[in-house]
Ligand binder design. Structure first.
Ligand code: MG
Ligand code: MG
Length: 263
């Protein structure tokens, strides 16, 4: 979740092996939190309740919720339902309903380093097309991660997402992009989910990238609601979002926020 800033951009900071290990700890707290919150995703629970679960767990792990207070964001989680793309604000009034799709984005700061990851999931039973949207979005992230190879370019990641998404008849959001991550939540480079004509940076060992396809069922166009945060699709059709923080290593991609082996 990062609004693309024109020209200049933020610096790309390479991390040492030790720093990557700390970032893995941070991202594992994020991953554990997402798994924990997922278990409570059911019709009737409010997005505020989910936010409490995340914040409590994060505090137990001695990590700071990274989004709370970020440019004034009021929650620990970003919770975005159906046509909401990203940056939905947790609310006591907003209760999940059967058939919703819910995107949960979470970040922490731990030992001075950030972790950032997102998942989208079904609330009870959802429609066939909604199910496909979730599957395709996750697949586009997985294909993008396969491109995290030293010597590739950021555009290889962008292109991998775009191909999977458009082949399946969906669209990628342009206005928000992935990002480098480290001692700041948002570092360079920007990681668009679509190909651009400008040459993009080459991947170097020690880069850590938060790759986060935001995929819409209809138009790629989005708008921001009057709360100043919630991003929704322009046509009101559903959207999904998956994100992993991934280190570039000589041995290939290291998914720091992996949920494999978690129950
Ligand atoms: Mg992010
Ligand atoms: Mg995120």
């Amino acid at each position: 979740m990062y609004s693309s800033e024109a020209k200049g951009g933020k610096a790309i900071v390479l991390k040492s092996r030790d720093e990557i290990l700390i970032m893995q700890e941070a991202n594992q707290i994020v991953a554990e939190t997402l798994v924990l919150v997922s278990k409570s995703v059911n019709p009737g629970i409010s997005t505020w309740d989910l936010d409490r679960i995340a914040e409590d767990y994060c505090k137990r792990k001695k990590a700071l919720p990274a989004f709370k207070g970020y440019r004034g964001f009021p929650g620990s989680l970003c919770v975005s339902i159906n046509e909401e793309v990203v940056h939905g604000i947790p609310s006591r009034k907003r209760k999940l309903r059967k058939g919703d799709i819910l995107s949960i984005d979470f970040g922490v700061c731990y030992k001075g380093y950030y972790g950032d990851s997102a998942i989208s999931l079904a609330v009870d039973k959802i429609g066939v097309l909604e199910h496909k949207l979730l599957q395709v979005t996750e697949e586009s992230l997985n294909k993008a991660i396969e491109k995290v190879i030293v010597g590739n370019r950021i555009s290889d990641i962008s292109g991998a997402v775009q191909i999977v998404v458009e082949k399946n008849g969906f669209s990628v959001v342009r206005q928000f992009v992935g990002h480098g991550i480290g001692t700041a939540l948002h570092e360079g480079p920007e990681i668009p989910n679509f190909l651009q004509s400008d040459p993009s940076p080459r991947l170097l060992p020690g880069m850590v990238l938060a790759i986060e396809p935001m995929v819409n069922m209809g138009t790629y166009r989005v708008k921001v609601l009057r709360d100043g945060w919630t991003v929704v699709t322009a046509d009101g059709k559903p959207s999904a979002h998956f994100e992993h923080s991934v280190a570039v290593t000589e041995q290939g991609p290291l998914v720091l926020s992996s949920r494999l082996n978690m129950q």
